[in-house]
Design a protein. Structure first.
Length: 492
């Protein structure tokens, strides 16, 4: 998805050729599905975490090139802003001690990287939106020096034809305009990958869509942007707005946004890739020499580079992924709704809840998506994004209930059952799902901790910027303890 590209100039002919190449790739993909060419093993999972860099004052540190040079590991890469980096954690089978190993290994990687980053005057922080970020920190001059980002920026603004507006109204209100996509760098997330077979892909994707709202409500960690208190998970509307290629007139016409929940439950993974071609013009129309149909005819496995690159510029909250590893193709559901942090323990608890819950729902005799409309699932996500643990969500057979009640009474037992089916050790499942339970019982996740801490600091006489800085530094200290966020004291 984050493939690097060379400097290019895009012509009208490039766009026409690219569209035809994507169509040809889609034909090859359909044939691969018919001929059962895919990896059948569906128990591998993967993880990506995006992080912010800060200086000793808690302000953004624009040194990702220096930090990556100091870390010197292929697992780490740039992100859009010079204050962002990302780690890709190796995939593994989901069974036994896998989640405990994931937590231990990821924490070790982050601690080692943080130690090396400190040699450059920077520190790492896992958080949905860095609270100390100011508007000047997302000026275009702070975009990372990767050609992909420059071309994406040019193409998005060429499609829009005007500056983009960020307008979010929550506890406070933010309205501002930007002339680059760099504000999207404020959104730092966790992506959970799950390899699935073509036969079960639709069930897992539908399940992931249905559970997106409780995921976000439980894990919300992005209440502040540019010193305003907005939504509990402000990262979602910010990402939607900063990658929107539509001016107001196209929005009024119902043109679909590139950051998209979708509009229907699916019956096949093919539905999603076909929608990509039908609804979305190319942003990066770059053709490779491979002829995917010829490769198939010769008995090989095509890379489908054009189809995959196009898919990577359509930002579904649950995105399909096609990939080829060691000559074998596979499919994944990439879950993109979660913010980074607060601790690795919290990140892995969020992963356990998700992997267990989607397994149980995907294998249910009466699937939840046959009993809930797609617009209701989308409205649930909007409610969870705005209100976090205070959200009221609809669930079939239950009605509209507080999210904590829904999770405690209905979803946690399903997640526990799903983890058991994966073969995850019971002691690991109990520990991780216990963190989810405690968030519901205490009413504290990353967003509520940030809001309460800033309120207390302001009551003590600090102004908003001082309170955000003090809170951020306190957040980092708690983050490094790896104690789950529900146990953090509401003091800096």
């Amino acid at each position: 998805m984050g493939r690097d590209i060379k400097a290019i100039t895009i012509s009208r002919e490039d766009r026409r050729n690219y569209r035809e190449k994507v169509r040809r790739s889609l034909d090859a993909f359909a044939r691969m599905l018919r001929e059962h060419r895919f990896e059948a093993n569906q128990s591998q999972v993967g993880l990506e975490i995006e992080l912010n860099l800060i200086d000793e004052r808690g302000a953004p540190s624009m040194r990702n090139a220096e930090v990556l040079k100091a870390i010197a590991s292929p697992a780490w890469a740039t992100e859009l802003g010079q204050f962002n980096i990302e780690i890709n954690v190796p995939p593994r089978h989901l069974d036994g001690d896998a989640l405990a190993d994931l937590e231990r290994e990821t924490r070790g990687e982050l601690n080692a990287a943080d130690a090396r980053a400190q040699a450059t005057g920077s520190r790492l922080v896992m958080i949905g939106i860095l609270p100390t970020l100011d508007e000047q920190d997302v000026d275009g001059v702070y975009m990372s020096g990767n050609e992909r980002y420059r071309v994406l920026n040019e193409q998005i603004f060429a499609a829009r034809g005007e500056d983009l507006q960020i307008a979010i109204s929550g506890a406070e209100e933010l309205v501002t305009y930007c002339d680059t996509i760099t504000p999207e760098a404020a959104c730092t997330s966790v992506q959970l990958h799950l390899m699935v077979s073509p036969e079960t892909f639709a069930n897992y994707w539908n399940a992931a869509q249905a559970v997106a709202a409780p995921q976000v409500a439980l894990a919300a960690n992005s209440p502040f942007l540019f010193a305003r208190q907005l939504w509990h998970e402000t990262r979602l509307p910010l990402f939607e707005q900063t990658t929107d290629t539509r001016p107001e007139e196209l929005k009024e016409q119902g043109v679909r946004p590139r950051v998209w929940f979708g509009e229907r439950w699916i019956t096949s993974v093919f539905d999603l890739f076909e929608e990509n071609l039908r609804y979305f013009p190319a942003l990066l129309p770059i053709c490779e020499p491979e002829d995917p149909v010829a490769v198939l005819n010769a008995g090989g496995i095509p890379q489908l580079a054009e189809m995959s690159l196009h898919n990577g510029t359509i930002y579904r909250w649950n995105r399909p992924v096609y990939a080829v590893v060691d000559g074998t193709p596979h499919l994944r559901v990439e879950n993109r709704v979660l913010p980074a942090g607060p601790t690795i323990a919290d990140v892995v608890a969020n992963a356990a809840f998700y992997y267990g819950l989607v397994r149980a729902l995907a294998e249910a005799q009466r699937p939840v998506w046959t009993r809930m409309s797609f617009p209701t699932a989308e409205e649930n996500l909007r409610e969870a994004t705005r209100n976090g643990l205070d959200a009221q969500l609809y669930w079939p057979g239950v009605g509209e209930v507080p999210v904590a009640e829904l999770v405690l009474r209905h979803l946690l037992p399903l997640a526990r059952s799903g983890l058991s089916r994966w073969g995850v050790g019971q002691q690991h499942a109990d520990r991780l799902l216990g963190m989810i339970e405690q968030r519901c019982l205490t009413g504290q996740n990353g967003a509520t901790w940030q809001i309460a801490t800033v309120e207390r600091l302001e009551e003590g006489g600090l102004d908003r910027h001082q309170a955000l800085r003090r809170m951020t530094l306190g957040y980092i200290e708690h983050m490094h303890t790896n104690e789950p966020v529900h146990s953090w004291p509401r003091t800096p």
